[in-house]
Ligand binder design. Structure first.
Ligand code: COI
Length: 356
């Protein structure tokens, strides 16, 4: 028994971990031994189990495939020098998953199912957590509608699943981004503030067009005026102008990123001026012109800090200050890594230890 929901455990007969160099695998392509699956039907969560990683039997009419009632989270587990495993800010991801569930008219996940299932899953697969300096076990909880039904309606049945995969760096190099003013990631009253699968699907075509022009990603602008920056690719975006850290304030088009919040907390602790507000394209390009723009970076779970070294806008490319001169984001990146690897005091209780 774990909490009020009984989670059955069926262990794999022989681990596959020795088939991989887990400190050196491409992001999101090799999955660890076990997964958690729970089902929702008849108005309640049931049949929770941790089982060997496997394919899902499903109907081609499964409603999430057609109408996108699908949400997810991304989080990470780290291994310290003693071999102990901890998960970064799991309660924050749990809360955000349920915020997404409410917005997408899906049932909320009980806290004991999420937390106990997560802890037991990572405990069982602790040998899959990389010990390298930049490695981690990426954790992907997701919730999908499973009704076999083509009519557009709120599903009566769901599956909550957690799968995990060892991960290294998401971006191997600093990136160049294109200011996107024709396509939008999110709109007022939409679902940009939650982790709905459709937010990512809609981003792929504009990203492909940007890649054809030599950029790795886009930097999104607001759909109403095209004058303000929103996010970059799948990440929140931050700017250091003069001695101030600037990032778009939370709204219904901006994801309340866990890495975003961690960066802001560290910046405030270090006495940096922090402004969460609308950040205009005009002020950023003026700051590039007058050389007060010091740093631009994306932040998210997968990449942690992704340095942005070039911005394209209106047919012109603007080079940004070299990464070697970026004191703030380099310090943030190092500090987060050290906290996660147990080398620095965890003042904010971000790390949740997984029992061995
Ligand atoms: C994140 O970095 O938080 C993400 O959501 C990226 C993921 C879609 C790979």
């Amino acid at each position: 028994m774990t909490g009020t929901i009984d989670i059955k455990v069926e262990k794999i007969k022989k681990s596959r971990v020795s088939e991989y160099d887990i400190n050196n695998v491409p992001f999101g392509k090799c999955f660890s031994d076990h997964m958690l699956v729970a089902e929702y039907s008849d108005g309640k969560w049931q049949n929770a189990s941790i089982m060997p990683y496997q394919d899902m039997p499903m109907s081609y009419a499964m409603s999430s495939l057609h109408y996108g009632q699908a949400i997810f989270e991304g989080m990470k587990a780290y291994k310290n020098e003693k071999g102990e495993v901890s998960i970064f800010r799991a309660p924050d991801n749990f809360k955000r998953l349920n915020k997404s569930a409410i917005r997408m008219a899906m049932p909320e996940i009980p806290e004991d199912l999420f937390m106990n299932g997560l802890m037991e899953l990572i405990r069982l697969d602790s040998s899959w957590v990389p010990s390298s300096e930049t490695g981690s076990l990426y954790i992907r909880p997701f919730l999908i509608a499973t009704d076999e039904a083509i009519g557009v309606k709120i599903s009566d049945t769901y599956k909550f699943v957690i799968i995990t995969c060892p991960a290294g760096k998401y971006y191997s190099e600093p990136i160049k981004v294109l200011v996107e003013t024709n396509y939008y990631r999110a709109v007022k009253g939409g679902v940009g503030f939650v982790k709905a699968a459709g937010n990512y699907g809609r981003s792929l075509y504009p990203a492909k067009l940007a890649q054809q022009k030599g950029y790795q990603q886009v930097i999104w602008t607001d759909s109403e005026t095209q004058q303000y920056f929103e996010e970059s690719g799948t990440m929140n975006v931050m700017f250091v102008i003069g001695d101030t850290l600037l990032t778009p304030g939370l709204s219904d088009t901006i994801l309340d990123g866990v890495t975003r919040s961690s960066v802001l907390m560290l910046a405030k602790e270090w006495g940096m001026k922090v402004e969460e507000r609308k950040v205009s394209i005009k002020e950023v390009f003026e700051a590039i012109e007058n050389k007060t723009l010091k740093e631009v970076f994306g932040c998210g779970t997968a990449a942690t800090i992704a340095q942005i070294i070039g911005i394209g806008h209106n047919g012109k490319d603007y080079a940004l200050p070299p990464v070697s001169e970026r004191k703030f984001s380099t310090k943030v990146d190092d500090t987060l890594r050290s906290i996660r690897k147990g080398k620095l005091e965890d003042k904010y209780n971000w790390m949740m230890k997984v029992p061995s």
